[in-house]
Design a protein around this ligand. Structure first.
Ligand code: FAD
Length: 459
């Protein structure tokens, strides 16, 4: 299912540069429920047919490709538990077993292998990683399956949010905590600015946290919920917090990986794909699932998946293909010019689709999540040897040293703090509910438990 969070407006059309699918279309999924409540579910476009092409320049039989793809997916989606193995090791072993057991002719075995490799490469895109052998097989042991994967949701969420409590466009440069920051009483103001010119001591209010913004503004608070991405934490945690974060929190930030994916939007005057096509997969016939990893020198080998923005009439997209790439290939394409990308991808498509008259796109847009200083990648994944429980450590509120009565001063939310749902919008949403519940419990208010409480109540 499609959703829309970060988007780029192109003429009349909006394209999703970030989260696009609801992973798990079921009543268990709070994002699905929000869309349903907002009446946005009826705007879901059909996914369209899958088309598969070989690097030999011909179409691959879709029935065979779908069958082999399904078999590969059932292996790669396995949820290991305390195996300590990598996803790559498991996938290579199991797919090889399946290929060995085939009584088919050699040609069919080769094609099966190449489609298994395609599944592995697509998985790198899902995870945002560069090498299946670096990803923990146990990644999903705590994960919650909310059902099969299936629009303007943020606007809907904002409808209920009091606008005068919202401060936008403030870049936070310091989070001072475990302190004592004085301000004048708030009068009617909802948000307080820290200042010191207040005349009499007894009129001052004291707050344990002070946020310093890049523009010099200071905002005091009893509690702060930090939701910046794991990528930003990796880059800034050591300088952002005063006093510094405890060692176990820094180690958790260090151990987790923050991946990247790039979406390259290619707009064409005319579609060169059939009107019912929703995805185009490119298969290298000599690929094998033994070592699914990227190679920057051959970056186009990881440009194997294209989706079609559908339907072009209703959403005014025009004829747009999205090329997807993972991990360090995404890092690489972010640094390339539109002309370089346009020429290389056009030649690539010509080779697979077997016709030389595929035009260059009339416009191109490549996402740049790694170089975006406010995210620095896409979402978290678990490397081999790291247990998902490290996300619980990341989610722990900071322990106050000086004044224990001011508890839960700094709390943490965001997708990387949810071992049951990291890398998703619903994980991010539920982590916010979890921390709101935590604060409500602190003040002993009675709140209706949210679904987050039952999903990730460990921390
Ligand atoms: C390309 C892409 C595709 C995706 N596809 C899907 C999908 O199909 N389905 C799905 O469920 N999920 C998808 N995701 C993942 C999903 O978008 C994330 O899991 C989710 O948005 C994470 O939310 P968050 O609140 O944890 O972090 P973020 O959305 O990163 O929010 C963090 C916020 O902190 C702000 N910030 C950072 N530093 C500072 C600072 N110093 N001062 C002030 N503010 C700061 C940032 O501006 C940002 O607004 C995708 C993500 C990407 C990038």
């Amino acid at each position: 299912m499609l959703l829309s969070f970060s988007y780029y407006v192109k003429g009349n059309a909006c394209v999703d540069t970030g989260a696009q699918y609801i992973h798990g279309a079921s009543e268990e999924n709070p994002v699905y429920c929000l869309l349903k409540k907002s009446g946005l579910l009826n705007q879901i476009p059909e996914m369209g047919e899958e088309a598969f092409y070989s690097n030999k320049g011909h179409k691959v039989d879709a029935n065979f490709a779908r069958y082999a793809y399904g078999a590969g997916e059932s292996i790669i989606r396995y949820r290991g538990s305390n195996t300590g193995k990598s996803l790559g090791e498991h996938y290579a072993e199991k797919t090889q077993g399946m290929i060995d057991s085939l009584q088919e002719d050699n040609d069919k075995r080769t094609r099966m292998q190449s489609i298994f490799a395609l599944v592995g490469k697509d998985m790198l895109i899902d995870i945002g990683a560069s090498d299946l052998h670096r990803i923990s097989l146990d990644s999903w042991q705590y994960y919650i399956n909310m059902g099969d994967s299936l629009n303007r949701l943020v606007d809907k969420l904002l409808e209920d949010f009091p606008k005068d409590h919202l401060l936008l466009k403030r870049e936070v440069s310091k989070i001072k905590w475990d302190g004592s920051f004085c301000v004048a009483p708030p009068h009617d103001e909802h948000l307080l600015s820290a200042h010191t010119e207040s005349p009499s001591e007894e009129k001052l209010c004291q707050y344990p946290v002070c946020i310093v913004c890049e523009n010099g503004e200071e905002i005091v608070a009893d509690h702060v919920i930090v939701t910046i991405s794991l990528g930003c934490l990796k880059a800034q945690a050591s300088s952002l917090f005063i006093p510094s974060l405890p060692t176990e929190k820094m180690e958790a930030i260090d151990k987790l990986c923050f991946g990247n994916i790039a979406k390259i939007f290619l707009e064409y005057e005319e579609a060169f794909w059939e009107s019912d096509v929703g995805t185009i997969s490119l298969i290298y016939e000599d690929d094998t699932p033994a070592s699914v990893s990227t190679n920057k020198m051959q970056w186009l080998k990881n440009m194997q998946f294209f989706s079609v923005l559908r339907p072009k009439e209703r959403l005014m997209f025009g004829n747009i293909l999205i090329g997807w790439c993972p991990g360090d290939i995404a890092d690489l394409v972010e640094t390339m010019t539109d002309d370089e990308l346009s020429t290389a991808i056009t030649d690539h498509l010509k080779m697979f689709l077997g016709h030389s008259n595929i035009p260059q796109p009339k416009s191109i847009l490549c996402t740049k999540w790694r170089s975006n200083k406010f995210i620095k990648g896409t979402y978290a994944f678990l490397p081999v040897g790291v247990d998902g429980k490290v996300m619980d450590t990341l989610a722990q509120p900071l322990r106050v040293r000086i004044r224990p009565s001011f508890d839960h001063q700094v709390l943490f939310a965001g997708e990387a703090t949810m071992k049951t749902l990291y890398g998703t919008v619903q994980g991010a949403l539920l982590s916010g509910h979890r921390e709101a519940d935590r604060l409500a419990a602190l003040y002993k208010k009675t709140v209706a438990p949210t679904s987050a409480t039952s999903l990730d109540k460990q921390v």
